[in-house]
Each structure stands twice: as C-alpha cells, then as structure tokens.
Design a binder for this molecule. Structure first.
Ligand SMILES: [Zn+2]
Length: 624
C-alpha cells in the first residue's frame, strides 16, 4: 500500500445524486440523528493543538533520508515514525472534513479542511523519498532486517509490495524521462472532455409532443428513457449519428491515449498495458480474461433478461434504444430512520452476532449523520480512516427505500473499515478498490433478498426484482462489454496494427451485437450504435478500471449466495475480507474468503441468481 493509495483511501466516497429539498437547519435536527465528532476531538481547540503537534513532527522524517538501508534499527524507526505520522494525520483529516461537510457554508470549518489539505501536501513531499529508497535496498539486506528486528513484521507486506516493483523500475535518469513524459498523458482526456462538454455541435430534434430538444448529454439522458418509443428512437439516432460525424477525430484521439498507455507499459517492461494496470494491485491478467470469457459464456442469461424486457414493453422486436425505458413502475416505500435501523439489524443477521452488534453500536454511538440540512454535503459516504476510532457515515436520508439501500451500502464500507482497523496494524488497515465495493454491495444484496420475501404486493415485488435485474444487466454485462472493447483496442496497438475511428466502430459494433444477440434476433443493434464508444468518457479518463464495477458486483452477489446457502462457515470465511484490510493482495483475500477469482464459481452463483430473478418476474407477470 503506497502513500498515494493510502491518501486515496481517505476519500472512499460514493456520490449519489440527491436533492436537499426542504432541508432543515442543522440545529433543528435531534442530536441522535447526527454524528458525534467529539469521539475524535472534544473541541476544535483540541484539534488545533494536535494539528500543531503533527505539523512540527513532519520534519523529523527527513533525518532518515538516505539512511533507510543502514541497519534494521534505523529502518524500523523510520517505518514506525512514518506510519504514526500518517495515522495522526488521518485523524486530523477525518475531523476537519466531517466537520466541514456538516455545513459547507461555514468559513471556519472550510479553513480547517484547507489546513488539513496543506498538511497532507507537506507530508507527501516530506515522505516522497521513502518508497523509492526502499526499492533500492538489496533484497537480502531487507530479509536480514526482518530477521534481526521482529518488530518489523507489521511492515513486511508493505515493504514486499514495494520490492515487487523492482523489475519495473528504471535507472534514475530513465525514471526522470518517464516522469516528464507524464506531462503529456492527460492531453487526450482533456481534448475529449473539452470536445464532449463544450465544443461539440449538437443537433436539435422535435419530440412527438412538439417540444424541441437539443441533443446534448442532458437531453439524451432524459429522453433515452422516454415512454414514447419514437422519441427515444429519435434521440438515440441523433445522439450517436452526431458522434459519427467526428469518428476520425475522436478515433485518432483515443488511439493516442491507447498508445500512451503502451508507451509507459513497454518502457516499464510490461508485456501489455493490461499487465501494467493490473499490476498495481498484483492482479493477474488471467482474472481479466476470465471475466470476459465467463460473461460471454453467460450471454444466454442476458438474452433471457432482454426477452423479458421485450415482453414487458409489449414490442415485437426489441431495439437497443428500448433498453433504458423502465419496465416496472416505481413504488414508493417509506421508512423512518428508526424503522430503517430496525429493518437493517434484521436484514444483516446472516452476517452473525458480531456484525449485527457492531451495526447496533454504530446507531447507538452516533457514527452516522442522517438528514439533509442547509449547507450539508450532498450524497453519501463512509469514512473509516480514523484508525483508533470508529468510521463515520454521511447520509442524506429522505425516508424512501433508496435511502435504506444507501444506508445498507455505507454500513458495508463502515463495517469493513471497522473490522480491518481492529484486526490489522495501521499500515495494513486500508483496503483496495478491488475489494472495497464487495462489503457494501453484499449488504444491498441481503436487503434486496429480504425485501423481496417480505413485501405484501406483487407490484412492490416486481419493482424490487426489476430494479435488481437492471442493476445486474448494466453493471455486469454492459461494463464487461466495455472491458472487452478496451482490451481489443489496446491489443491492436500492442500488435502494431493500425487503429482508426472506423476500426473502433467496427470492433464496438461486433461486441455490442454479440452481447445483445443481434444476429439471434434478441435485440436489434441499429447501425449508428457503432459510434457509442465515443460517448463513454471512461475510455479516455481511465485505463482498465471499469471492469472492477462488474467484478465487485459478481463477488458480492456470490458471497451473499454462499452466506445464505451455507450459513456460518461461509460467514466465517467472508471475515477474511472484512478483517483483512490491505494485509494481502485483493485476489488472495477473495480466495481466502472462499471464492477462487480464476474459477467460474462466482459467475455461476451470480448467474443462477439472475435467472431466479427472471423466473420470479415471469411468474408474477403471467398472473396478470
Ligand atoms: Zn461504495
């Protein structure tokens, strides 16, 4: 776990669009629905005292520059100092950032946030020598240090993870050149984002109501889900045909990005950009290939879901432009915070007494800030970075089912942080993105399963099942189709083949047609859909990232299935993730928790589940 990853870990945020309509003033809300930050510092003054202390401390790390390889004692002192500095710093950040999120309009709190942020920069700069210096220490010497000084054992995984990068680290002069080449890497995403958000010329269409609509991101987002079929057809066609006008420009730009990825991968002695990207978490490329292979094998399940959609939309032939139209009516279910708490304590029972009692503590000890109020940050997140304390959750709870689901999700992150902090030394407490969303999504799964059993009406049941099916379709199949495209364009460049916009459209069309069963008559993929790749900003803004959305959901669904089917033994294994933090590579943690990431087990469990959801929906519909 490198410092960059550690700093990133602080901002485990998920943003959910929420409107803080009719929000209250903060002091009108009962204290029991607000988090209690005094667990961190009794007053702002205490925070300031600690801030001064930590600030003074930063410089002392410099005493160890150039000396890490001297002897075991010095190495230990440096490690100990570095990580206690980070731990103290995290606590400061958690306090200032939670406090400022209560009301973004209070200047004094924003100032504390600023102070934390500049201290963070200072720490990053002061400690930036550590990882590169560890890398230069001879392996045998490091081994000797660990033997001589048993107290070093907590830092073993951290040090090994740095040493692992040795074969991909170059001489100082070469590293300098690569670092300066980094200036060029964001050019292609800047070009794309400027084009996409500002300079693209958009056509206008006239809807069936006579309303004129500009075909921009917002117009597309609203009308692609239109109940009027001719309208959604029109906006799809206008949107992607317009992208088609820029096929060569956007293609050359994306090819530039892919070439950049390969430039760095090759110079760092990786076989491919995929290998370079996945190596950050030591994930073997076979995991990626297996994901694509397994999802392809399960396309018949997607086709079943699409056939159900066709039936429910009552159309003869399903088209790609029908996919966003909701097939189930939204049902409003209401839960007060107290009801949600009671419900979740019951929902989470399969995870065992220790889990449930900790969730109960989070309610009783006020770890959670529930209601929207004037100036409060929107969305929802869990922050588990205050190692010696407990995590905090920010919510904007609005009494609906989605709020309960969000609370279940954030409690998943919070329990993951809580158990990891309790069971791992600080240096290994932070977990990787690759496993982060398992704990959260698993809880959503349990909630969903529970509610499908419990609700009174078929209408409510159909809504829950339908939303869940849509989630599986989009997060697993759509994201993996993107993952497959990303791999295909990288392979073209890496094989020295030409890659133009036209070629990208051809590759994209082949993938989408295969996924959606175009040839089989499941869903017609109209010709202009081949330009959809140019609508997806992730291809420019990230490298091999989107696949993690699907792996998280697949693992979470599979773990939930195992826990329900096997009971306590499966729960006990699952704790390897909850308590494991960053003590091992994500793939190993998942394997210890009972799923081999290279097998088809997780996929089979998830697809069985998806098929059961379709069965249940078909049964309800056939009653009508
Ligand atoms: Zn999350």
């Amino acid at each position: 776990m490198h410092i960059k990853k550690l700093l990133l870990f602080l901002i485990l945020l998920i943003f959910i669009t929420s409107v803080n309509a009719q929000s209250k003033k903060r002091d009108e809300i009962d204290d029991k629905y607000k988090w209690d930050l005094s667990h961190l510092y009794p007053t702002v003054n205490d925070w300031e005292t600690d801030y001064e202390k930590v600030s003074k401390f930063v410089g002392s790390i410099d005493d160890y520059r150039g000396k890490l390889g001297e002897n075991a004692e010095t190495f230990y002192e440096a490690m100990d100092l570095y990580f206690s500095l980070l731990k103290d710093y995290y606590k400061l950040v958690v306090y200032s950032n939670r406090l400022s999120d209560e009301d973004l309009g209070i200047a004094q709190f924003q100032e504390l946030r600023q102070m934390s942020s500049s201290l963070g920069t200072k720490i990053s700069e002061a400690t930036s020598f550590i990882d590169p210096e560890i890398l230069t220490i001879d392996q045998t010497k490091i081994d000797q240090f660990f033997e001589e000084k048993p107290e070093l054992k907590d830092f073993k995984f951290y040090v090994e993870d740095i040493q692992r990068l040795k074969p991909h680290t170059l001489s100082d002069a070469e590293e300098k050149i690569l670092a300066s080449a980094g200036m060029l890497t964001d050019v292609t995403s800047n070009v794309y984002n400027i084009f996409n958000n500002a300079e693209r010329i958009n056509p206008t269409i006239t809807l069936s109501t006579g309303e004129e609509v500009e075909v921009n991101a917002a117009g597309y987002y609203i009308h692609r889900a239109s109940e009027a079929r001719e309208d959604r057809k029109k906006i799809f066609e206008a949107m992607f045909s317009n992208y088609g006008n820029y096929e060569n420009t956007l293609g050359a730009n994306l090819a530039g990005k892919v070439k950049g990825d390969y430039f760095f991968a090759k110079n760092r002695k990786y076989n491919s950009s995929l290998e370079a990207s996945l190596n950050a978490n030591n994930i073997p490329v076979s995991v990626y290939h297996n994901l694509i292979e397994q999802v392809n094998k399960n396309l018949p399940t997607l086709h079943r879901a699409l056939e159900l959609k066709r039936k429910m939309l009552e159309v003869d032939t399903l088209h790609y432009y029908d996919l966003y139209t909701p097939i189930v009516q939204k049902v409003n279910m209401n839960f007060t915070v107290d009801e949600a708490q009671e419900l979740l304590l019951d929902v989470l029972k399969p995870l065992g007494d220790e889990y449930v009692s900790t969730v109960n503590n989070s309610f009783k000890e006020r770890w959670i800030d529930y209601y929207p109020s004037d100036g409060k940050r929107s969305g929802a997140y869990s922050s588990g970075a205050a190692y010696d304390e407990h995590p905090y959750i920010l919510m904007n709870y609005t009494d609906d089912y989605e709020s309960v689901s969000t609370l279940a999700h954030e409690l998943g992150h919070t329990m993951h942080s809580y158990f990891s902090n309790k069971n791992q030394p600080f240096v290994n407490s932070g977990y990787a993105t690759y496993v982060a969303e398992i704990a959260s999504t698993l809880n959503e799964n349990l909630l969903n399963n529970y509610m499908i059993e419990k609700v009174d009406t078929d209408k409510e049941r159909l809504y829950l099942l339908g939303s869940y099916l849509e989630l599986l379709r989009q997060t697993i199949f759509r994201q993996v189709s993107f993952a497959e495209f990303e791999l295909a364009i990288h392979e073209k460049i890496e094989n020295g083949e030409p890659l133009t916009g036209e070629k990208m459209s051809e590759i994209y069309a082949d993938i989408v047609k295969k996924y959606y069963g175009h040839e089989k008559g499941v869903c017609v993929v109209d010709d202009y859909i081949k330009y959809e790749w140019s609508y997806i900003p992730h291809f420019l803004n990230y490298t091999y990232y989107v696949y993690q959305y699907s792996t998280s959901l697949i693992y979470a669904t599979a773990f939930a299935e195992k826990i329900i089917n096997e009971g306590q033994p499966a729960v006990d294994k699952y704790y390897h993730i909850l308590k494991g933090g960053g003590s091992d590579y994500p793939i190993n943690l998942i394997a210890k928790a009972g799923l081999d990431p290279l097998s088809n087990e997780a996929f089979n469990l998830t697809m069985d589940k998806m098929n059961r959801v379709i069965d249940q929906m078909e049964k309800i519909i056939s009653k009508k």
